[in-house]
Design a protein. Structure first.
Length: 116
């Protein structure tokens, strides 16, 4: 596992008013490189990662921690919970694309996972 760069985790998500353009490909690639740890862009251009756990309770504990950080940041991912797996998808709905806040949230989620 690669150690997460804390630069993104030290930032705070900024609410999107919908008046900004989505990030360009070069900026997305830079943020993905900084984020590391197997985050990818899915076919819709959203940040995507699957986390594997030993059982359902561990998965739910992680999901609840993600919910708390999402509320604190005011930026909410799509979560899918199944037995032993949590799937996270992040994008900025108002612009149907990615902003720096999406990468900040992903980094904070990764930090939660690394601390477990």
């Amino acid at each position: 596992m690669k150690i997460l760069n804390t630069c993104l985790t030290n930032k705070t998500c900024t609410p999107c008013q919908g008046s900004i353009p989505p990030l360009r490909t070069k900026v997305i690639e830079k943020f993905l490189e900084e984020l590391k740890n197997d985050w990818v862009l899915n076919e819709r251009g959203h940040l995507y990662k699957e986390y594997i756990f030993k059982d359902f309770i561990e998965t739910m504990n992680f999901a609840n921690k993600v919910a708390k950080i999402a509320e604190k940041e005011g930026h909410h991912p799509d979560l899918k919970i199944t037995w032993g797996k949590s799937i996270i998808e992040i994008w900025t709905h108002k612009i149907s694309g990615l902003t720096e806040s999406d990468f900040i949230l992903a980094a904070k989620i990764e930090a939660i996972y690394e601390k477990r």
